[in-house]
Design a protein around this ligand. Structure first.
Ligand code: IPM
Ligand code: MG
Length: 360
């Protein structure tokens, strides 16, 4: 199989972790007899610096033509003035919107070998296997009106949280379908006790659930969910929620696994359209260039890219198994408790490839 993969390395550690994943893709191509062609494009802060736009037209065009897209991360202190007119994050939000990847899938899985790397007790985190489904192209991130102005001599800022019936229905269906293929439990997280948007969310969710009588369903308020994630994360299978709640809860949930460096993500649109695959973590500018970045979240996102976008199931399994094997063998980067024996970004990449090549 020959496929074209667009790379968007972005800022900070983005280029380093994307490089390792490309090395891994080449090893996969070698092992399974595929050919992957890559083209790399600007996004985020580096795109602002070079062409004045966090999502240049040329980048968007390459993405729309690609068979799959692998992204690193965007942002950094250099572009961090929150009142600046152009910000790296705008590139990320725009590409999500332009590609219409409304479903952001973030698996939170605790590797047995890493249960001790979590700040939570091993008996709480061992066996945790949750899939977050975060709505990605709507809600308060994109709602209008939004703006800042002066009212009664004071500066005010405002945003709008809004969800339509069709947006809610399609994301709930993704959640139910995923749950069907897993432990058959779906948790919908809202704030229906306060927000009108979320009352509509819950109403639609209850209508959709009638189509999935085989899936156990529950509603949980977002504040309570923040608590349950810490005291009983094993209770959850698939969790579906809106854009902002999903942003916050997925960072919280990453700590169950010990490090944001272990959290992949896939953003999917309509069936058959190109998806966007990126680690859930940011650009970690503080460690960029030091060789300390953990490439595993990006490599796992690469596995999701193989499975969900290219239909390469065995290849995805092989990547995930290689990562499992590397961790089981005790190899660690600094963020997951490597201590004095921590592997560098490239050394970790090499280990995963070594395991992949070794496996039969
Ligand atoms: C994420 C990030 C982004 C978001 C930022 C960088 C705009 O936090 O992907 O979770 O808020 O969606
Ligand atoms: Mg986030």
């Amino acid at each position: 199989m020959e496929k074209n993969i667009t790379l968007l390395p972005g800022d900070g550690i983005g280029p380093e972790i994307v490089d390792e994943t490309v090395k891994l893709f080449d090893a996969v191509a070698n092992k399974f007899g595929h050919k992957f062609n890559y083209n790399s494009h600007l996004i985020g802060g580096i795109a602002i610096d070079e062409v004045g736009d966090p999502l240049p037209e040329e980048t968007l065009g390459a993405c729309l033509e690609a068979d799959a897209i692998l992204m690193g991360a965007v942002g950094g202190p250099k572009w961090d003035d929150p009142t600046a007119k152009v910000r790296p994050e705008q590139g990320l939000l725009r590409i999500r919107k332009e590609l219409a990847v409304f479903a952001n899938i973030r698996p939170v899985k605790v590797f047995d070998a890493l249960a001790h790397a979590s700040p939570l007790r091993p008996e709480i985190v061992t066996g945790v296997d949750i899939v977050f489904v975060r709505e990605l192209t709507g809600g308060i991130y994109f709602g209008t009106p939004r703006g800042r102005e002066e009212r009664d001599g004071q500066r005010v800022g405002y945003d709008t949280m809004i969800y339509s019936e069709s947006e809610i229905e399609r994301i709930l269906r993704i959640g139910f379908e995923l749950a069907r293929g897993r432990r058959k439990k779906l948790t919908s997280v809202d704030k229906a006790n306060v927000l009108t948007t979320m009352q509509v969310w819950r109403e639609i969710a209850h209508e959709v659930k009638n189509d999935y009588p085989d899936v156990e369903y529950e509603d949980i308020l977002v504040d309570a969910m923040a608590m349950y994630l810490v005291n009983n994360p094993k209770d959850f299978d698939v969790v579906v929620t809106g854009n902002m709640f999903g942003d916050i809860l997925s960072d919280e949930a990453s700590m169950i696994t010990g490090s944001l460096g272990m959290l992949p993500s896939a953003s999917m649109g309509k069936a058959g359209s190109v998806g966007l695959f990126e680690p859930s973590h940011g650009s970690a500018p503080d460690i960029a260039g030091t060789g300390k970045a953990n490439p595993l979240a990006t490599m796992m996102s690469g596995a999701m890219l193989m499975r969900l976008n290219l239909g390469l199931e065995a290849e995805a399994d092989a990547i995930e198994k290689a990562i499992d094997d590397v961790l089981a063998a005790g190899y660690r980067t600094a963020d997951i408790g490597g201590g004095d024996d921590s592997l560098s970004t490239t050394a970790m990449g090499d280990k995963v490839i070594e395991m992949l090549e070794k496996a039969d």
